[in-house]
Design a protein around this ligand. Structure first.
Ligand code: SF4
Length: 248
């Protein structure tokens, strides 16, 4: 994909969603950090359900420590891996107080040194809280980057590095959100909704999903008989009965 196509692709994603936001609910940097830590291998919906109860009770490192690990566990027990996450959040709060005056640091190394915070979480926090133009690659972005041909790579780290290289500068700050939301709501894993996709003409994914009632664009495979059946099912060839009726 050349620069003009990449620029147009992002322009269209931006037109669909001019002010993209994370689906996670938070109102300050600390809530954001903890919500992202809790969202590892869990859905944003499950995290939001838990934090909707947690934030009114404890939304600072001091308040979470006062709550204690057992009660924290109780608030987040509907989230996958909640026991390990509760332990990490408690240690993370202790470190924020001991090393950063209770504030979330605006520094990748310091963030990645916190318990439960890897490079992906650090990238999200740097991007969302501090406006650093960086892209954290999750399962949705990985899929969109590979399907479209924007950054076809085998690992999340490689996709992230490539995306940061090929994304036009003016779109880099929000690219993370545009790609993640596109993957989550439109370019879905099982059935991407290609028929209503704003970037369809730039996308290199071959078997594009047609609108209901339309024939698929992918080439038909198999032996001649199987191909004929598939073609009939796809509406490309009329059935014997339909042909007879049409001839009448
Ligand atoms: S055309 Fe289909 S596969 Fe390509 S980005 Fe759009 S939804 Fe995804």
């Amino acid at each position: 994909m050349n620069l003009a196509q990449r620029t147009e692709l992002y322009r269209r994603l931006a037109a669909v969603n001019p002010n993209p936001r994370s689906d996670l609910q938070y109102s300050n940097d600390f809530e954001l950090l903890v919500a992202v830590v809790l969202s590892a291998q869990a859905t944003d919906v499950s995290v939001n359900k838990a934090t909707a109860r947690l934030w009114p009770v404890a939304n600072t490192p001091q308040a979470i420590l006062a709550l204690g690990e057992a009660r924290l566990r109780d608030y987040i027990k509907t989230i996958g891996l909640y026991q390990t996450k509760a332990k990490n959040v408690i240690k993370l709060c202790e470190q924020l107080i001991a090393l950063h005056g209770g504030r979330v640091p605006n520094d990748r190394k310091a963030l990645e040194a916190l318990p439960g915070v890897g490079s992906k979480t650090a990238s999200v926090v740097l991007n969302v809280a501090f406006g650093v133009p960086t892209i954290a690659v999750d399962t949705h972005i990985f899929r969109v980057a590979n399907r479209t041909g924007l950054a076809p790579e085998k690992t999340a780290d490689k996709v992230a590095a490539k995306l940061e290289k090929v994304t036009p500068k003016e779109y880099l700050l929000n690219a993370h959100h545009w790609l993640i939301l596109h993957g989550r709501y439109l370019c879905k894993a099982r059935s991407p909704e290609c028929w209503r996709c704003s970037i369809v003409e730039f996308c290199k994914y071959k078997p594009k999903t047609p609108a209901a009632g339309e024939a698929p664009s992918k080439p038909l495979k198999g032996k001649p008989v199987a191909r004929k059946t598939a073609a009939r099912k796809a509406g490309k060839v009329a059935s014997k009965t339909a042909r007879k009726t049409a001839a009448r």
